[in-house]
Write a protein that binds this ligand. Structure first.
Ligand code: TYM
Length: 331
């Protein structure tokens, strides 16, 4: 059993990343062999200012460690330091079908109206993501809901490669999308995902926000005038309320049902301060560790360097196996 997952080093880590993915990574590293990486090769599919990318990669690594990813127990690295990701991606480009990529909703969202102007990398992005997990024989891939389609594609690519070349080289990875916060929504709009790219900073909680900012953002979060109900079904038509209840559940390791049992009949005047308090208490120690770690970029580079050496060793046999399966005479 092996866990593999990644995050793009662009912008700030936000509460959606933390509750949807990173909190689970931290829990899984106690139970299984884990590899976690900064997807810097994915970040360049749209223009990223080079200096900012280098800084963001270090900062995101520091943020992951601050959240509890332990470089002693999990392998932590950045993709670009492990060339095998890009190498396997090329081999898989030749297995993936255009029709499969044409169905990817994230490409449609990210390229918007300017599809002709999007980079080839943005289009091919999910194939690199497939390489990321297949290269390590990942069995479990903990991610938020928005990555589901990409992982289904990884399974399709693995299945076709294994069948075309009569091999069992690739293990089919299982996406782990569980719990009450697999899709954390914007604080301003219950129909939009919380995201780094939302122009409004009030839409998200960043891991770097101080206590007052967090409290203010929760207080201003969009809600409705109704009190909280006693059942989840009654929240179906109330996306903003459901989002805040989901956050509360994930932050306090409870189910949304348990949260509703505590707050049924109460309005947001009572719920929001309670939510802000757990959020502040959860994020404060993470932020403090992050600030300390960030001040030592050389230490972060050393962690990534060490992690990438381990990752290179784990990746090499799969790439060699793929070359062999294809009949390529490689170095
Ligand atoms: P990225 O960088 O957008 O997000 C990192 C992780 O955070 C999750 N996430 C969310 N979960 C719940 N609610 C939200 N609002 C929210 N926003 C983000 C994402 O689902 C993800 O788990 N393509 C990936 C990075 C990647 C990857 C991989 C992941 C590259 N290769 C291989 C897994 C395996 C991405 O852009 O994630």
């Amino acid at each position: 059993m092996r866990v593999v997952s990644g995050i793009q080093p662009t912008g700030n880590l936000h509460l959606g990343n933390y509750l949807g993915a990173i909190k689970k990574w931290v829990a899984m590293q106690d139970e299984m062999e884990c590899l976690f990486f900064l997807a810097d090769l994915h970040a360049i599919t749209v223009y990223n200012e080079p200096l900012a990318l280098a800084n963001n990669t270090r900062e995101m690594a520091a943020a992951l460690v601050a959240c509890g990813v332990d470089p002693e127990r999990a392998v932590l690295f950045n993709q670009a330091r492990v060339p095998a990701h890009a190498e396997l991606a090329w081999l898989l480009f030749c297995t993936a079908r255009m029709g499969w990529l044409n169905r990817m909703t994230q490409f449609k969202e990210k390229s918007g109206k300017n599809r002709e102007g999007a980079s080839v990398g943005l289009y091919a992005y999910p194939v690199l993501q497939a390489a990321d997990v297949l290269i390590y024989g990942a069995t479990h891939v903990p991610v938020g809901e928005d990555q589901k389609q990409h992982l289904e594609l990884a399974r399709d690519i693995a299945t076709k490669f294994n069948s075309d070349f009569d091999t069992e080289l690739f293990t089919l990875p299982d996406p782990i999308i569980e719990g009450p916060a697999t899709r954390v929504m914007s604080l301003r709009d219950g129909s939009a995902k919380m995201s780094k790219s939302d122009p409004s900073d009030m839409s998200r909680i960043n891991l770097t926000d101080d206590d007052d900012t967090i409290t203010k953002k929760v207080k201003k979060a969009k809600t409705d005038p109704e009190p909280l109900p006693d059942s989840l079904e009654a929240l179906e038509e109330r996306p903003e309320a459901a989002n805040l209840v989901g956050m509360m559940a994930a932050l306090s390791d409870r189910t949304p049902e348990d949260v509703l049992a505590d707050f049924a009949g109460q309005g947001f005047g009572a719920f929001k301060p309670a939510l802000a308090e757990v959020m502040v208490e959860t994020l404060r120690p993470i932020r403090e560790r992050f600030v300390a770690l960030k001040s030592d970029p050389a230490a972060i580079d050393a962690i990534l360097q060490q992690g990438s050496e381990k990752a290179r060793a784990l990746a090499a046999p799969t790439v060699a196996g793929a070359y062999r399966a294809l009949g390529l005479q490689s170095a």
